[in-house]
Design a protein around this ligand. Structure first.
Ligand SMILES: [Mn+2]
Length: 315
């Protein structure tokens, strides 16, 4: 599989790399890191990495503007995205000559002439490290830093169960080969505004917990404005409710007026919650999923469904 991917990268002069909407450090690190690795290995290829830019992640590097001429006869590599609907910046994958999928989410849509999907992997960044290590692709320091951040972020600093010996091994090798200044990278990854910290305080104070161990909160646009944060802040905070005795799974419903949707962020420390979100056109990992819903009536349905999953869960 890995060699087939390498051969395709070698074959194409034009390569486009995409990842999921609502980018996170794994999505950005894997796509931008892979671009830098390919360019470092094959000096003449035109590699574009696409998707919506977010200033929050400016330290992860630049994105490219995609022009029609870059698409024609090109290879599309989709990182960290289980379904077609969630690919950022690509509405029709058939415009590309060939497609490769590299992902660690449980598979939703099968696509790509080559599909390397392994939901036991901690992160796609770890997979890109494996791909580079086992082929003639050449790592750069800048790519190593981005891949390191993606791994750290998707594993919750090596805390989640998807972390295994290979995860530590690839990180050890990145640190060994490149002199990575990780305290300063951690500052990029974890620094935040006081407004967001105060907003986190609000959430922790106001979240409702059911007797089955589901915690939920509805965050309106009015509340976001009060704390001077935007709807993406919820996604930054959601992991911080881990390791609370009374809470097995938790969900934030955040109004996003600009996009006309309600963002649903769900986490769990035991019950498998991704199937519930798939019912509402979302999805993700067993213990970390999300969705974007338009109909407010679905809020209470999702709460009910998740509460049932918690009720049926045996610790
Ligand atoms: Mn990921």
């Amino acid at each position: 599989m890995i060699n087939k991917i390498y051969e395709k990268i070698k074959e194409y002069d034009k390569i486009v790399i995409a990842r999921h909407i609502g980018a996170d450090p794994d999505a950005l690190g894997s796509s931008i890191g892979l671009k830098e690795i390919i360019e470092n290995t094959f000096k003449k290829k035109k590699v574009s990495v696409i998707g919506v830019y977010s200033s929050k992640f400016k330290y992860m590097g630049k994105l490219d503007k995609l022009e029609e001429k870059d698409i024609k006869d090109s290879l599309l590599i989709v990182c960290d995205t289980p379904n077609l609907e969630r690919i950022d910046g690509v509405d029709d994958i058939t415009k590309f000559k060939e497609v490769i999928k590299i992902d660690h989410h449980p598979e939703i849509d099968k696509f790509g002439s080559i599909s390397w999907v392994d939901d036991n992997k901690s992160s796609v960044c770890e997979m890109i490290c494996d791909l580079t290590k086992k082929t003639d692709l050449k790592m750069t320091k800048s790519a190593a830093e981005k891949l390191f951040l993606g791994i750290v972020s998707d594993t919750g600093r090596f805390m989640y169960s998807s972390t295994d010996i290979n995860t530590f091994k690839v990180v050890m090798e990145l640190l060994k080969e490149f002199d990575i200044d990780f305290p300063s990278l951690y500052f990029d990854l974890y620094s935040r505004d006081l407004d967001e910290v105060r907003f986190e305080g609000y959430i922790k104070e106001h979240i409702t917990v059911t007797k089955n161990g589901l915690a939920y909160i509805k965050i309106t646009d009015r509340i976001l404005n009060k704390f001077n944060v935007d709807s993406s802040s919820s996604g930054n905070i959601v992991s911080s409710l881990n390791n609370i005795n009374e809470i097995k799974a938790w969900v934030f419903f955040t109004e996003d007026i600009k996009q006309g949707v309600i963002k649903v962020n769900v986490r769990s420390r035991g019950p498998e919650i991704n199937k519930v979100l798939e019912k509402y056109n979302g999805g993700g990992h067993k213990y970390a999923s999300g969705a974007r819903i338009k109909d407010k009536k679905n809020i209470n349905k999702i709460i009910k469904d998740l509460d049932l999953v918690c009720e049926n869960y045996k610790e």
